[in-house]
Structures are given as structure tokens and as C-alpha cells.
Design a protein around this ligand. Structure first.
Ligand code: HEM
Length: 418
């Protein structure tokens, strides 16, 4: 099937075909700053070149996060918002991803210390023990879905540990997040009489769950991120408000969970398609660091982020006007022929690897270090424990244009003895 321009943002096309690489390759060549104005969506500039995304991301005073929210909305989403979506507690939460400087810097500082390489106490131990437990729990051989059994369990366990969520709450949280952030994929949404009521109900459940944890950490502080957020102060010494604190939990959990899950499922899928790279990593585990960067480049789970121009700006000869929106397509930038040699080759030893999978500059992923450590532990454990694995049926994609990746990944495998 040939790609059409609406595939750029049409969630069901992502569900059917995966991300539209053919289309992006065409746009990078013919129209890298492209004005998308089709029925069904708010119009936006599609930015597809690596260099242009860096230029935009480095100027948060001109290209605002605050003005626009995260997702380029389709008509149904706009309607739902007008009809009362803003009444949900979730819609009122403030998160750093939708803030601009100077406010953004002050809020980011609240947790940035925790996310530095030395910030998470025992990070190595947390990620390694989660990875080991996942393979311990797998039968020695079998036919399973590696998303359910591996890719989704690992980030959930790691985040639950640092956010202080107990095992009982872990399962509840997984269901809520999936239903809330399954995007437009009907298989991943909560079934309810109407979508809006279901969404509000979910927002409320999320609120209650984290509110419980916040209260507990204020009463009994411990050595975890949950305690840090529950007792956080801004740079002016004022405590973080209740909605802002909840917003932080929400953003850490949601930004960290589906992204890492999709990177890991995409990694396993890439290793199934390129067994030579799996063998290469097994022979030389010191490649695991560069392998993780290549996995993030290859999978690019965050397809795009949105910005809104607050003043007129000329980019690659196109006149962007104040008020217009831009979608920065990281997925496209990570296959840019001007930056990457053989961009469509999966090479775990790729160096340099200047991918934009974690964004760039002001809003560069706060959890990048944690995500990398977590993926490294899992891939190292996988090459150590898996004797062989092969595809076991069709892989399907999530119907989402935002956090993109696989929905199912059936695999036949055998683990090593001992
Ligand atoms: C492979 C996994 C991950 C990928 C691909 C990813 C990707 C991204 C990207 C592209 C952005 C930039 C957003 C923008 O340009 O506006 C971002 C921001 C962010 N990420 Fe990640 N992320 C991952 C894992 C995580 C984890 C594990 C956490 C937390 C534990 C996390 C927390 C955040 C937060 C809080 C922001 C907002 C930063 C800000 O606005 O200043 N991410 N991430």
C-alpha cells in the first residue's frame, strides 16, 4: 500500500503499518518544513530534519511548550475537550513538559538531582534485579508474547520501585496507565458508556492512587523519589502545590513507562530481525552501551513533540507565523541521511550516534539516564539468558501516532540452562 500524506498523523495508519518512514524520507528530501493542513486535524508544520529540530528545540523562548500541550489534536479529541475534558483532575495537573522557562527550570530542578547518574541510590541494583527476576519468572522454553512477559514488566517494576509503589498497587497502576495512555487504540482503552466519563473516572483513580502515596511519604519519609516529590520545594522556597506534585508523579510514571516498554519491545523485534547483532552483543557485552543508544535511535518511541511559535520565524525558507504549531518528528530525524551513515541499518556499535530519541536542549528527557540503565540491564540479561529465540507469528502495532511501537510480539524461545 502506498503512503498518503494523512498517514503522517493518522493513528490507525500507525496501527496498520507502523511508522511512516517512506513518507518521512520523501518529506526530508522534498519538503522538510511541511505545512500539514488536512481535514480532521489542527494544522501544523511537520519538521522532519535533524538540524531543524535542534534549531527549534534550542529556542524555547520562541517555540513554546506551554501554549500547546503535547499532542496534535484530531477533531474527536478537540470535541471531547470542549465538552468537559478539562473537568477531569488530570487535565488540571501541571507538568514540566508543558512549561516554558523560567518556570520550567525551577520545576525541573525539583527532581533533576534525583535523575543524575549519582542521584538514584542503588540504581544498578534496582535495574539488574528487575531484569534478573523477569527471566527467572519465564518458563525455560515456550511460546509467549515478549511484550507482556518482558518489555512491559521491566519498566513497570523499575518505576514502581523508585516511586514507592507496592506490588498490590503495581498491577492497578499498569491497567490505569494503559487505559489512559493507549491513545486512540480501541483495544487499550477503558470500555465505558461514553469515552469522556471513562476518562474522568480513570483520572480520578490515578489521582487517588498517587494522593495516597504522597500522604504516606509526608508522614513517613524514605529514601526514594516519591519522598523527594512529596516534600519538594521550588527555588523560591515555596512548597510544590498539590496538583503540581501529582503532575510530577504522573509525568515521571507515564513518560517513563510506555516509552521504555516500546523501546524494549522494538529492541527485541530488531534482534529477531537481525540475529547477527544479537550474536555480536552476546560475544562482546561491552557493546551494550552503544547498543542502547542504537535501540533508542532505531525505535524512537516518542514520535514527536509539539511546539507553538510565539513570534514569526523563518526556518529553511518557510515563514512560520506566531501562533502556528510545529510537530518535531524525532522518528524522522533519527533516520536523517545527512547525520547518520546508512540510517536504515541497525548497528549496535554505531558511533557517533547523535540521535534525538530523548529530545534536545530545554526539555531533554529527564529520565534518559534511568531509561538507559534500565535498558542496558535488560539487554545484558537477555543475551546472557536466552539460548535462542525466533518470531512466532505476526507482530502488530499500537494505533497511536504519539508514543509509537509494537502491541504484540509473539516469540518462541529457549533459555540457557542454569
Ligand atoms: C526509552 C525511553 C524514553 C524515551 C525514548 C523518552 C523520550 C523523551 C523525549 C523525546 C522527551 C522530550 C520532550 C520534548 O521534546 O518536549 C522526554 C522528556 C521527558 N522524559 Fe523521557 N523518555 C524515556 C524515558 C523516560 C523515563 C524512564 C522517565 C522518568 C523516569 C522520563 C521522564 C521524562 C520527563 C519528566 C520529561 C520532560 C522533561 C522536560 O520537559 O523538561 N522519560 N522524554
Amino acid at each position: 500500500m502506498e503512503a498518503t500524506i494523512t498517514d503522517l498523523i493518522n493513528a490507525s495508519a500507525y496501527g496498520q503499518n507502523g511508522v511512516p518512514h517512506e513518507l518521512w524520507t520523501h518529506l526530508r528530501k522534498e519538503s522538510p518544513v511541511y505545512w500539514y493542513a488536512q481535514r480532521g486535524h489542527t494544522p501544523f508544520w511537520a519538521i522532519t530534519k535533524h538540524e531543524d529540530i535542534m534549531e527549534v528545540s534550542s529556542q524555547p523562548d520562541i517555540f513554546s511548550n506551554e501554549a500547546g500541550g503535547i499532542i496534535v489534536l484530531n477533531e474527536a479529541q478537540i470535541q471531547s475537550f470542549i465538552e468537559g475534558g478539562s473537568g477531569s483532575p488530570l487535565a488540571q495537573m501541571k507538568t514540566i513538559i508543558t512549561m516554558d522557562p523560567p518556570e520550567h527550570r525551577s520545576y525541573r530542578k525539583v527532581a533533576s538531582g534525583y535523575f543524575t547518574p549519582r542521584g538514584v541510590t542503588n540504581l544498578d541494583e534496582i535495574v539488574k534485579s528487575s531484569a534478573a527476576a523477569i527471566f527467572d519468572e519465564l518458563p525455560d522454553e515456550g511460546e509467549v508474547d515478549f511484550i507482556e512477559t518482558i518489555a512491559q514488566k521491566h519498566p513497570l517494576r523499575v518505576l514502581a520501585t523508585i516511586l514507592g509503589i507496592n506490588e498490590e498497587q503495581e498491577e492497578r497502576l499498569l491497567v490505569i496507565t494503559q487505559e489512559l495512555f493507549g491513545g486512540e487504540d480501541p483495544d487499550m482503552q477503558r470500555q465505558g458508556e461514553d469515552r469522556e466519563a471513562a476518562r474522568k473516572e480513570l483520572g480520578m483513580e490515578f489521582y487517588m492512587l498517587f494522593d495516597e502515596i504522597i500522604k504516606d511519604r509526608r508522614a513517613c519519609p524514605r529514601d526514594d523519589l516519591a519522598t523527594m516529590l512529596a516534600n519538594a520545594e521550588l527555588s523560591d522556597g515555596c512548597p510544590l502545590g498539590q496538583l503540581e506534585t501529582l503532575g510530577y508523579y504522573l509525568i515521571v510514571f507515564t513518560a517513563g513507562h510506555d516509552t521504555t516498554r516500546n523501546a524494549l519491545s522494538g529492541a527485541i523485534s530488531a534482534f529477531l530481525d537481525h540475529p547477527d547483532q544479537f550474536e555480536r552483543l552476546r560475544q562482546d557485552p561491552s557493546l551494550s552501551k552503544s547498543a542502547v543508544d542504537e535501540i533508542v535511535r532505531w525505535t524512537t518511541p516518542v514520535n514527536y513533540m509539539k511546539r507553538q511559535a510565539v513570534q514569526d520565524y523563518e526556518l529553511r525558507g518557510q515563514n512560520i507565523k506566531a501562533g502556528e504549531e510545529l510537530a518535531l518528528f524525532y522518528c524522522s530525524a533519527n533516520r536523517d541521511e545527512d547525520v547518520f551513515e546508512d540510517p536504515f541499518t541497525f548497528d549496535i556499535g554505531r558511533s557517533p550516534n547523535r540521535h534525538l530519541g530523548f529530545g534536545w536542549a530545554e526539555h531533554y528527557c529527564l529520565g534518559a539516564h534511568l531509561a538507559k540503565a534500565s535498558m542496558k540491564a535488560l539487554t545484558e540479561e537477555m543475551v546472557r539468558r536466552v539460548e535462542w529465540m525466533e518470531p512466532n507469528g505476526e507482530r502488530t502495532f499500537i494505533s497511536s501516532n504519539f508514543v509509537v511501537g509494537l502491541k504484540t510480539l509473539p516469540v518462541k524461545y529457549k533459555l540457557k540452562n542454569g
